[in-house]
Design a protein around this ligand. Structure first.
Ligand code: ADE
Length: 243
């Protein structure tokens, strides 16, 4: 799967995503990351990418032209690759990270993980000229109800959550399946050695080797935890007949 990120700070994206699990997945060619500097697409002789807002007000607005030109260049690159592979150029998703977007969720991550490539747009300053948003953006996504200085941290959150669902990125094929938010439930508690730590013993059932009993205990723990910590999720699971 290919991730393309249009940003004014490509080094932030590359550094942030090139360690640990995702770094390994990139090195193994399971996913690829293409961080593109929007500033490379401005025609302004001073390389400016922002300007004062029409109507006045605080801050600067990112100009439409560098964003639109950057996006067209990314599309061309994707299309060229598709042609080389003899594939059809399908629908292209361009995701703009903004506090005004739909709140990101595990469901959204699952939906995005079905795409062969995703293009992300990071805003800065007081936002992006609305015409560029209208022209290139297909989805607007927020990572929560708070305001960041730019979309870079947000895009890293989204890419991390999507990439770990791509087959082969995690070592264990199961671990993306049975985890927090599976069936809208939180994950059950986990334990590793030693068997007793500062007087606290690992629950007996986990040492029993009885797989059906362990599964049953874990499911029960997931339900209890969700009831205690996130009752609204449990309500949803019950409504959808998952519990
Ligand atoms: N850009 C600034 N704040 C953001 C947020 N909460 N989510 C996504 N993008 C953002």
């Amino acid at each position: 799967m290919e991730f393309h990120v249009m940003t004014l700070f490509p080094e932030m994206i590359v550094q942030g995503l090139s360690t640990s699990v995702l770094g390994r997945a990139i090195a193994r060619g399971i996913i690829s990351l293409n961080a593109v500097n929007i500033r490379d697409y401005t025609l302004d002789k001073h390389k400016r990418v922002d300007d004062y807002p029409y109507g006045g007000g605080a801050g600067m607005v990112m100009s439409a032209d560098p964003v639109v030109r950057c996006c067209r260049s990314v599309f061309e690159k994707i299309e060229e690759k598709k042609r080389g592979e003899g594939k059809e150029a399908g629908r292209r998703r361009v995701i703009y990270l903004t506090p005004q977007g739909r709140t990101f969720s595990q469901e959204m991550a699952r939906e995005f993980a079905k795409e062969e490539e995703l293009v992300f747009l990071c805003g800065h300053y007081e936002g992006i000229d609305e015409r560029a948003v209208e022209m290139v953006v297909t989805d607007q996504v927020s990572i929560g109800d708070y305001v960041l200085t730019g979309g870079e941290l947000a895009v890293m959150v989204v890419i991390d959550a999507v990439a770990r669902l791509v087959p082969g990125v995690l070592n264990n094929g199961d671990s993306a399946e049975f985890e927090t938010f599976h069936d809208h439930l939180l994950e059950y508690p986990q334990y590793t050695r030693p068997e007793v730590y500062e007087g606290r013993a690992v629950p007996e059932v986990l040492l029993s080797g009885h797989h059906a009993k362990i599964e049953q205990w874990r499911r029960q723990q997931s339900i209890e935890r969700t009831r205690a910590l996130r009752p609204e999720l449990l309500e949803r699971a019950v409504k959808e007949g998952l519990v």
